[in-house]
Design a protein around this ligand. Structure first.
Ligand SMILES: Nc1ncnc2c1ncn2[C@@H]1O[C@H](COP(=O)(O)OP(=O)(O)OP(=O)(O)O)[C@@H](O)[C@H]1O
Length: 321
Protein backbone atom coordinates (compact mmCIF):
# COMPACT_ATOMS: atom_id res chain seq x y z
CA UNK A 1 0.00 0.00 0.00
CA UNK A 2 2.76 2.43 1.02
CA UNK A 3 6.15 2.13 -0.56
CA UNK A 4 8.85 4.59 0.50
CA UNK A 5 12.45 4.33 -0.61
CA UNK A 6 15.42 6.54 0.25
CA UNK A 7 13.24 9.53 1.04
CA UNK A 8 14.98 12.88 1.61
CA UNK A 9 13.49 16.27 2.40
CA UNK A 10 15.45 19.38 3.21
CA UNK A 11 14.09 22.75 4.31
CA UNK A 12 16.00 25.95 3.85
CA UNK A 13 15.22 28.95 5.96
CA UNK A 14 16.72 32.38 6.43
CA UNK A 15 17.86 33.59 9.80
CA UNK A 16 20.41 35.85 11.40
CA UNK A 17 20.55 39.66 11.27
CA UNK A 18 18.68 41.52 8.53
CA UNK A 19 21.80 42.80 6.78
CA UNK A 20 23.73 39.57 7.01
CA UNK A 21 21.09 36.86 6.57
CA UNK A 22 22.19 33.30 7.11
CA UNK A 23 20.78 30.49 5.01
CA UNK A 24 20.04 27.48 7.19
CA UNK A 25 19.61 24.05 5.69
CA UNK A 26 17.74 21.50 7.73
CA UNK A 27 17.39 17.87 6.73
CA UNK A 28 13.93 16.99 8.06
CA UNK A 29 13.91 13.51 6.49
CA UNK A 30 17.12 11.61 5.77
CA UNK A 31 17.07 8.45 3.72
CA UNK A 32 13.91 6.87 5.08
CA UNK A 33 12.66 3.61 3.55
CA UNK A 34 9.69 1.49 4.61
CA UNK A 35 6.71 -0.40 3.25
CA UNK A 36 3.23 -0.77 4.68
CA UNK A 37 0.97 -3.62 3.54
CA UNK A 38 -2.74 -3.11 2.78
CA UNK A 39 -4.88 -3.26 5.92
CA UNK A 40 -1.89 -2.88 8.23
CA UNK A 41 -1.93 -0.43 11.16
CA UNK A 42 1.49 1.08 11.70
CA UNK A 43 2.53 3.47 14.46
CA UNK A 44 4.84 6.24 13.26
CA UNK A 45 6.65 7.47 16.33
CA UNK A 46 9.30 9.98 17.18
CA UNK A 47 9.94 12.95 19.44
CA UNK A 48 8.90 16.48 18.46
CA UNK A 49 10.65 17.63 15.31
CA UNK A 50 11.70 14.09 14.33
CA UNK A 51 10.27 14.38 10.83
CA UNK A 52 6.91 12.62 11.19
CA UNK A 53 4.71 15.41 9.81
CA UNK A 54 7.12 15.97 6.95
CA UNK A 55 6.87 12.30 5.97
CA UNK A 56 3.08 12.35 6.28
CA UNK A 57 2.85 15.53 4.20
CA UNK A 58 4.89 13.83 1.47
CA UNK A 59 2.68 10.74 1.65
CA UNK A 60 -0.44 12.87 1.28
CA UNK A 61 1.04 14.79 -1.65
CA UNK A 62 1.28 18.13 0.17
CA UNK A 63 5.06 18.22 -0.02
CA UNK A 64 7.42 17.07 -2.75
CA UNK A 65 10.58 15.31 -1.53
CA UNK A 66 14.04 16.26 -2.74
CA UNK A 67 14.93 12.66 -3.46
CA UNK A 68 13.49 9.21 -3.06
CA UNK A 69 10.66 7.12 -4.35
CA UNK A 70 7.13 7.15 -2.92
CA UNK A 71 4.14 5.18 -4.09
CA UNK A 72 0.85 4.96 -2.26
CA UNK A 73 -1.56 2.45 -3.78
CA UNK A 74 0.57 2.58 -6.91
CA UNK A 75 0.37 6.38 -7.24
CA UNK A 76 3.01 9.04 -6.74
CA UNK A 77 1.14 11.29 -4.27
CA UNK A 78 2.27 14.73 -5.50
CA UNK A 79 1.89 13.77 -9.16
CA UNK A 80 -1.60 12.26 -9.04
CA UNK A 81 -2.97 14.44 -6.25
CA UNK A 82 -6.64 14.48 -7.15
CA UNK A 83 -6.84 10.71 -7.61
CA UNK A 84 -4.67 10.15 -4.57
CA UNK A 85 -6.62 12.40 -2.21
CA UNK A 86 -9.88 10.66 -3.13
CA UNK A 87 -8.47 7.50 -1.57
CA UNK A 88 -7.19 9.10 1.61
CA UNK A 89 -8.79 9.95 4.91
CA UNK A 90 -7.17 11.97 7.68
CA UNK A 91 -7.98 12.82 11.27
CA UNK A 92 -5.97 15.42 13.15
CA UNK A 93 -6.56 15.39 16.87
CA UNK A 94 -5.53 19.02 17.16
CA UNK A 95 -7.90 20.42 14.57
CA UNK A 96 -11.17 19.54 12.92
CA UNK A 97 -12.06 19.10 9.28
CA UNK A 98 -15.71 19.83 10.06
CA UNK A 99 -17.26 23.21 9.25
CA UNK A 100 -17.26 24.99 12.57
CA UNK A 101 -20.73 26.53 12.44
CA UNK A 102 -22.53 23.78 10.57
CA UNK A 103 -24.40 20.91 12.19
CA UNK A 104 -22.30 17.73 11.93
CA UNK A 105 -24.70 16.13 9.49
CA UNK A 106 -24.41 19.11 7.10
CA UNK A 107 -20.62 18.87 7.16
CA UNK A 108 -20.88 15.19 6.33
CA UNK A 109 -23.33 16.00 3.52
CA UNK A 110 -20.92 18.59 2.11
CA UNK A 111 -18.12 16.04 2.16
CA UNK A 112 -20.35 13.72 0.15
CA UNK A 113 -20.29 16.34 -2.63
CA UNK A 114 -16.59 17.10 -2.24
CA UNK A 115 -15.72 13.42 -2.67
CA UNK A 116 -18.62 12.68 -5.03
CA UNK A 117 -19.77 9.72 -2.95
CA UNK A 118 -22.80 7.93 -4.44
CA UNK A 119 -25.87 8.78 -2.32
CA UNK A 120 -26.69 5.19 -1.37
CA UNK A 121 -23.10 4.47 -0.35
CA UNK A 122 -22.93 7.66 1.71
CA UNK A 123 -26.22 6.83 3.40
CA UNK A 124 -25.08 3.31 4.26
CA UNK A 125 -21.78 4.59 5.67
CA UNK A 126 -23.49 7.33 7.65
CA UNK A 127 -25.82 4.74 9.13
CA UNK A 128 -22.93 2.40 10.07
CA UNK A 129 -20.76 5.14 11.58
CA UNK A 130 -23.69 6.68 13.45
CA UNK A 131 -24.23 3.29 15.09
CA UNK A 132 -20.59 2.49 15.77
CA UNK A 133 -19.61 5.96 16.97
CA UNK A 134 -22.95 6.84 18.53
CA UNK A 135 -23.21 10.07 16.54
CA UNK A 136 -27.01 10.24 16.90
CA UNK A 137 -27.18 12.59 19.90
CA UNK A 138 -25.09 15.29 18.20
CA UNK A 139 -25.65 14.90 14.44
CA UNK A 140 -27.59 18.17 14.44
CA UNK A 141 -25.19 20.07 16.68
CA UNK A 142 -22.65 22.51 15.18
CA UNK A 143 -19.04 21.36 15.44
CA UNK A 144 -18.13 24.32 17.67
CA UNK A 145 -20.56 23.06 20.35
CA UNK A 146 -19.22 19.48 20.49
CA UNK A 147 -17.14 18.05 23.29
CA UNK A 148 -13.64 16.99 22.24
CA UNK A 149 -14.63 13.31 22.24
CA UNK A 150 -17.73 13.97 20.15
CA UNK A 151 -15.71 16.11 17.75
CA UNK A 152 -13.16 13.34 17.31
CA UNK A 153 -15.90 10.78 16.61
CA UNK A 154 -17.51 13.10 14.05
CA UNK A 155 -14.10 13.71 12.45
CA UNK A 156 -13.49 9.97 12.16
CA UNK A 157 -16.82 9.53 10.39
CA UNK A 158 -15.99 12.49 8.13
CA UNK A 159 -12.64 10.92 7.22
CA UNK A 160 -14.16 7.57 6.31
CA UNK A 161 -17.43 8.41 4.53
CA UNK A 162 -15.79 8.22 1.10
CA UNK A 163 -14.36 4.73 1.77
CA UNK A 164 -10.66 5.62 1.72
CA UNK A 165 -8.07 2.85 1.48
CA UNK A 166 -5.63 4.71 3.68
CA UNK A 167 -6.26 6.64 6.87
CA UNK A 168 -3.80 9.05 8.49
CA UNK A 169 -4.44 9.43 12.18
CA UNK A 170 -2.55 12.18 13.95
CA UNK A 171 -2.96 12.17 17.75
CA UNK A 172 -6.50 10.76 17.46
CA UNK A 173 -7.06 10.48 21.21
CA UNK A 174 -5.22 13.56 22.48
CA UNK A 175 -6.98 15.18 25.41
CA UNK A 176 -9.60 12.46 25.80
CA UNK A 177 -10.48 10.53 28.95
CA UNK A 178 -9.82 6.81 29.19
CA UNK A 179 -13.31 5.73 28.11
CA UNK A 180 -13.38 8.07 25.11
CA UNK A 181 -9.88 6.92 24.08
CA UNK A 182 -11.00 3.28 24.18
CA UNK A 183 -14.03 4.02 22.06
CA UNK A 184 -11.91 5.65 19.36
CA UNK A 185 -9.36 2.83 19.44
CA UNK A 186 -12.07 0.14 19.19
CA UNK A 187 -13.59 1.90 16.23
CA UNK A 188 -10.29 2.27 14.37
CA UNK A 189 -9.43 -1.40 14.98
CA UNK A 190 -12.83 -2.49 13.71
CA UNK A 191 -12.79 -0.29 10.60
CA UNK A 192 -9.32 -1.47 9.67
CA UNK A 193 -10.23 -5.12 10.25
CA UNK A 194 -13.59 -5.10 8.51
CA UNK A 195 -12.89 -2.69 5.66
CA UNK A 196 -9.21 -3.40 5.13
CA UNK A 197 -8.28 0.26 5.70
CA UNK A 198 -4.53 0.83 6.06
CA UNK A 199 -3.74 3.14 8.97
CA UNK A 200 -0.67 5.25 9.61
CA UNK A 201 -0.87 6.44 13.18
CA UNK A 202 1.27 9.27 14.52
CA UNK A 203 0.83 9.71 18.23
CA UNK A 204 2.62 10.40 21.46
CA UNK A 205 0.11 8.18 23.28
CA UNK A 206 1.61 4.72 23.48
CA UNK A 207 -1.76 3.37 24.60
CA UNK A 208 -2.96 4.02 21.04
CA UNK A 209 0.03 2.17 19.66
CA UNK A 210 -0.18 -0.79 22.04
CA UNK A 211 -3.86 -1.24 21.31
CA UNK A 212 -3.77 -0.69 17.56
CA UNK A 213 -0.40 -1.05 15.91
CA UNK A 214 1.20 -4.42 15.31
CA UNK A 215 4.25 -2.62 14.08
CA UNK A 216 6.01 0.65 14.81
CA UNK A 217 8.41 2.82 12.89
CA UNK A 218 10.51 5.05 15.10
CA UNK A 219 12.23 8.07 13.66
CA UNK A 220 14.46 10.70 15.14
CA UNK A 221 16.45 13.49 13.51
CA UNK A 222 14.87 12.52 10.21
CA UNK A 223 16.22 8.97 10.29
CA UNK A 224 14.42 5.67 10.71
CA UNK A 225 15.73 4.03 13.87
CA UNK A 226 13.47 1.03 14.23
CA UNK A 227 10.98 -0.91 12.13
CA UNK A 228 9.34 -3.80 13.90
CA UNK A 229 6.92 -5.04 16.53
CA UNK A 230 6.42 -2.99 19.67
CA UNK A 231 6.78 -6.14 21.77
CA UNK A 232 10.19 -6.94 20.32
CA UNK A 233 11.35 -3.42 20.98
CA UNK A 234 10.48 -3.94 24.60
CA UNK A 235 12.12 -7.35 24.78
CA UNK A 236 15.30 -6.06 23.20
CA UNK A 237 15.63 -2.58 24.60
CA UNK A 238 13.35 -2.57 27.63
CA UNK A 239 14.94 -1.93 30.96
CA UNK A 240 15.15 -4.60 33.65
CA UNK A 241 12.16 -5.88 35.58
CA UNK A 242 11.76 -4.72 39.15
CA UNK A 243 11.16 -6.79 42.26
CA UNK A 244 9.59 -4.87 45.11
CA UNK A 245 10.00 -6.62 48.44
CA UNK A 246 8.30 -5.88 51.75
CA UNK A 247 10.38 -7.57 54.43
CA UNK A 248 8.84 -8.44 57.79
CA UNK A 249 11.14 -5.81 59.28
CA UNK A 250 13.69 -3.36 57.85
CA UNK A 251 16.66 -5.60 56.99
CA UNK A 252 20.02 -4.84 58.58
CA UNK A 253 21.55 -4.98 55.11
CA UNK A 254 19.15 -4.64 52.12
CA UNK A 255 21.87 -5.71 49.65
CA UNK A 256 21.06 -9.16 48.30
CA UNK A 257 23.91 -11.01 46.54
CA UNK A 258 23.27 -11.28 42.80
CA UNK A 259 20.59 -8.55 42.70
CA UNK A 260 20.91 -4.84 41.97
CA UNK A 261 19.44 -2.75 44.75
CA UNK A 262 17.48 0.16 43.26
CA UNK A 263 16.41 1.72 46.53
CA UNK A 264 15.11 0.97 50.02
CA UNK A 265 13.08 2.61 52.73
CA UNK A 266 12.09 0.94 56.01
CA UNK A 267 11.05 -2.66 55.35
CA UNK A 268 10.61 -2.04 51.60
CA UNK A 269 13.38 -2.59 49.05
CA UNK A 270 13.43 -2.57 45.24
CA UNK A 271 15.72 -4.69 43.09
CA UNK A 272 16.38 -4.82 39.34
CA UNK A 273 16.64 -8.16 37.58
CA UNK A 274 16.29 -9.69 34.13
CA UNK A 275 14.77 -13.02 33.10
CA UNK A 276 12.43 -15.18 35.20
CA UNK A 277 11.53 -13.95 38.69
CA UNK A 278 11.89 -17.32 40.48
CA UNK A 279 15.66 -17.01 41.12
CA UNK A 280 15.57 -13.45 42.51
CA UNK A 281 12.56 -14.31 44.68
CA UNK A 282 14.42 -17.32 46.13
CA UNK A 283 17.46 -15.14 46.91
CA UNK A 284 15.38 -12.46 48.60
CA UNK A 285 13.39 -14.90 50.72
CA UNK A 286 16.63 -16.62 51.79
CA UNK A 287 18.03 -13.22 52.78
CA UNK A 288 15.40 -12.22 55.35
CA UNK A 289 11.76 -13.04 56.23
CA UNK A 290 9.47 -11.56 53.56
CA UNK A 291 5.88 -10.37 54.01
CA UNK A 292 5.02 -9.45 50.40
CA UNK A 293 6.51 -9.40 46.87
CA UNK A 294 5.56 -7.57 43.68
CA UNK A 295 7.14 -7.89 40.23
CA UNK A 296 6.88 -4.74 38.14
CA UNK A 297 7.30 -4.93 34.39
CA UNK A 298 9.22 -2.13 32.66
CA UNK A 299 6.78 -0.01 30.72
CA UNK A 300 7.09 0.61 27.04
CA UNK A 301 6.82 4.34 27.56
CA UNK A 302 10.03 4.29 29.58
CA UNK A 303 11.77 2.22 26.90
CA UNK A 304 10.81 4.61 24.13
CA UNK A 305 11.80 7.60 26.24
CA UNK A 306 15.19 6.00 26.74
CA UNK A 307 15.50 5.50 23.00
CA UNK A 308 14.71 9.17 22.29
CA UNK A 309 16.86 10.54 25.08
CA UNK A 310 19.82 8.23 24.89
CA UNK A 311 19.99 7.65 21.18
CA UNK A 312 19.90 3.93 22.01
CA UNK A 313 19.32 3.03 18.38
CA UNK A 314 20.96 5.97 16.69
CA UNK A 315 22.98 5.34 13.60
CA UNK A 316 21.60 1.98 12.64
CA UNK A 317 18.25 0.59 11.70
CA UNK A 318 17.24 -2.27 13.94
CA UNK A 319 14.52 -4.36 12.47
CA UNK A 320 12.51 -6.44 14.88
CA UNK A 321 10.40 -7.86 12.07
N1 LIG B 1 8.22 24.33 6.34
C1 LIG B 1 9.33 24.15 7.07
N2 LIG B 1 10.37 25.00 6.97
C2 LIG B 1 11.49 24.80 7.69
N3 LIG B 1 11.69 23.79 8.54
C3 LIG B 1 10.68 22.92 8.70
C4 LIG B 1 9.43 23.03 7.97
N4 LIG B 1 8.63 22.01 8.33
C5 LIG B 1 9.31 21.28 9.23
N5 LIG B 1 10.54 21.81 9.44
C6 LIG B 1 11.57 21.27 10.36
O1 LIG B 1 11.79 19.91 10.02
C7 LIG B 1 11.95 19.12 11.19
C8 LIG B 1 10.94 18.01 11.22
O2 LIG B 1 9.65 18.56 11.44
P1 LIG B 1 8.32 17.70 11.49
O3 LIG B 1 7.19 18.66 11.60
O4 LIG B 1 8.29 16.74 10.36
O5 LIG B 1 8.50 16.90 12.86
P2 LIG B 1 7.47 15.99 13.67
O6 LIG B 1 8.16 14.71 13.93
O7 LIG B 1 6.19 15.93 12.94
O8 LIG B 1 7.30 16.80 15.02
P3 LIG B 1 5.99 17.00 15.96
O9 LIG B 1 5.81 15.74 16.74
O10 LIG B 1 6.43 18.15 16.82
O11 LIG B 1 4.85 17.35 15.05
C9 LIG B 1 11.84 20.08 12.36
O12 LIG B 1 13.13 20.44 12.78
C10 LIG B 1 11.11 21.28 11.79
O13 LIG B 1 11.48 22.46 12.45
Amino acid sequence: MIHVEHLHKTFTSRGGPLLRPVRRVHEAVRDISFQVAPGEIVGYLGPNGAGKSTTVKILTGLLVPDRGEVRVGGLVPWQARRQHVARLGAVFGQRTTLWWDLPVRDSLELLRHVYRVPAARWQANLHTFTELLDLGPFLHTPARALSLGQRMRADLAAALLHDPDLLFLDEPTVGLDVVAKERIRDFVAQVSRERGVTVLLTTHDLGDVERLAGRVLIIDHGQLLYDGALGQLQARYGSARELQVDFEAAPADPQVPGLTLLGHEGPRARYAFTGPAAGPIARVTAHAPVRDLTVKEPDIEATIRRIYEGGLLRGALHSGA
